[in-house]
Design a protein around this ligand. Structure first.
Ligand SMILES: Cc1cc2nc3c(=O)[nH]c(=O)nc-3n(C[C@H](O)[C@H](O)[C@H](O)COP(=O)(O)OP(=O)(O)OC[C@H]3O[C@@H](n4cnc5c(N)ncnc54)[C@H](O)[C@@H]3O)c2cc1C
Length: 429
């Protein structure tokens, strides 16, 4: 705190006749006073989308916007960079984020519990701890849930088949399995049909595991069984990585997963059966269960798996005053953390405007960048910007559309670390 802030602290306390703790005054300095927006917002889910919307509702809406964030976990583990945990290049502890800054710097109330039901008539949510919370706007940012896989075998062997597509205990389990591989072993990765969380993520995982096997184990193979008909993201860079950088990767398209025999390590697909020591099966995905099982028709896109929203405000097309952001909603935008942060800002802005009786911004823009480690020291990247198309009522690529880096190099790897640190600070700090 500098001298000017300290004098401000004293004058604020004197004017208000209050003796506020220093932290609260500093927090008040970050959040503006009443901006004309008043109301209560409940945010469900404290991941990439939920943490960002909570922060920006306060930063842009000011003290009149009361924000409560409901999240069952006290610690959020970033999925971004979690592939590097598998190879020992980082740890889950280094990818851990808490909610202290959101509480302290922006005055967000955080409840460490889950939302179990939504009542849009009385405008309140039920909590797993027995409580209820009223809202004027509800923002759902609960991420994804996974469809069941057909896996046979003993309980012990079945437990080894993990997706590790939500950073946490499964990431640790898969890391141990990769570490135990020998130079004769095969790692099988199955990719679900699109849309799934993080389009380049599985290809990135194949690269870092293949690199680890070559560098550390001096041998070992990776088989990528992709349910899609080709590489979905960065086809040039991953195509190059699979053919000339990591010669120990075999890429198999159209490999729709049928079943897994965990006892024999056999993966049965539409294009044949494959055997491996470690099977990393990423299941098909849909919006988190609070959306698909709410009974409110929130999962109302054409597939019934994702929430349909008005992309000017991310308000549900099924239920008024409920907004859905991040991986749970349906749009042409990728399911990724960077763009979840951008969607959160569009949503926060629209809610603050609505509280002031204004219309949402008619021209929202979002963007996504994704850096992908290809080896322990090199990376590539992918970026795309979106603009709103009023005729189609959807977000369409703007400018050059999807762009991938021309090269895979060390500079990209260094940029990647900076990009990650900025994105996570903008979301959680
Ligand atoms: C291996 C991997 C690598 C990735 N790499 C990148 C990358 O390089 N760049 C990028 O942009 N994206 C990347 N992603 C994707 C990114 O992690 C997700 O797109 C992003 O986390 C989505 O944000 P979200 O807020 O929608 O969901 P999440 O971040 O999953 O957050 C959802 C939160 O909601 C909570 N929740 C769920 N249900 C409830 C409930 N009923 N009540 C209260 N809380 C609830 C959950 O506990 C969770 O904390 C990667 C993903 C993976 C798996």
């Amino acid at each position: 705190m500098n001298r000017r802030d300290f004098l401000r602290y004293l004058s604020m306390g004197a004017a208000a006749g209050l003796t506020l703790p220093l932290e609260q005054v500093l927090a008040a300095a970050a959040v503006p006073g009443n901006t004309g927006a008043n109301g209560r917002v409940v945010v469900v889910g404290g991941g990439m989308a939920g943490a960002a919307v909570a922060k920006y509702l306060r930063l842009w809406g000011g003290t009149g916007v009361k924000v409560t964030l409901v999240e069952p976990n006290a610690i959020y583990y970033s999925n971004i960079f979690s592939n590097k945990v598998l190879t020992g290049d980082t740890t889950l502890a280094k990818l851990a984020y808490n909610y202290t800054a959101l509480k302290k710097n922006y005055g967000i109330e955080v409840k460490t519990t889950s939302v179990t039901a939504i009542d849009p008539t009385s405008k309140q949510v039920k909590l797993a701890d027995g409580g209820t919370l009223p809202y004027e706007h509800l923002v759902l940012a609960p991420g994804i849930t996974f469809d069941a896989l057909s896996v046979s075998g003993t309980i012990g062997n079945k437990a080894k088949i993990v997706h590790a597509w939500q950073a946490g205990p499964q990431t640790v389990s898969l890391q141990a399995q990769v570490k135990a591989m020998t130079n004769k072993d095969t790692f099988i990765l199955t990719i679900p049909p699109k849309p799934y969380r993080c389009p380049p993520g599985p290809y990135e995982r194949a690269c870092v595991v293949a690199d680890y096997l070559t560098r550390v184990k001096k041998g070992g193979k990776v088989i990528v069984l992709d349910a899609n008909n080709g590489i979905l993201a960065e086809p040039n860079n991953f195509g190059k990585a699979f053919t000339s950088i990591h010669k120990n990767i075999t890429y198999v398209p159209n490999a729709i997963l049928n079943s897994i025999d965990a006892d024999t390590g056999t993966v049965n697909t539409a294009v044949g059966s494959f055997k491996g020591k470690v099977i990393n099966a990423i299941p098909a995905q849909r919006a988190a269960s609070i959306i698909t099982q709410s009974g409110l028709g929130l999962a109302n896109d054409t597939t019934g798996k994702w929430a349909g929203v008005d992309l000017l405000s991310y308000e549900s097309t099924a239920v008024a005053k409920i907004h859905v952001i991040g991986d749970s909603h349906a749009s042409g935008q990728p399911k990724a953390g960077h763009i979840a942060n951008a969607e959160a800002k569009v949503c926060a802005d629209a809610i603050v405007r609505a509280m002031r009786g204004e219309s949402p911004n008619p021209n929202p823009r979002t963007n996504s960048a994704c850096y992908t480690p290809i080896t322990k020291t090199t990376a590539s990247w992918l970026s795309v910007a979106f603009k709103y198309d009023p005729a189609l009522k959807t977000m369409v690529p703007a400018g050059a559309g999807v762009v991938e880096s021309a090269t895979i190099n060390k500079d990209n790897y260094e940029e990647m670390n900076k990009w990650f640190s900025n994105l996570m600070s903008d979301t959680f700090a």
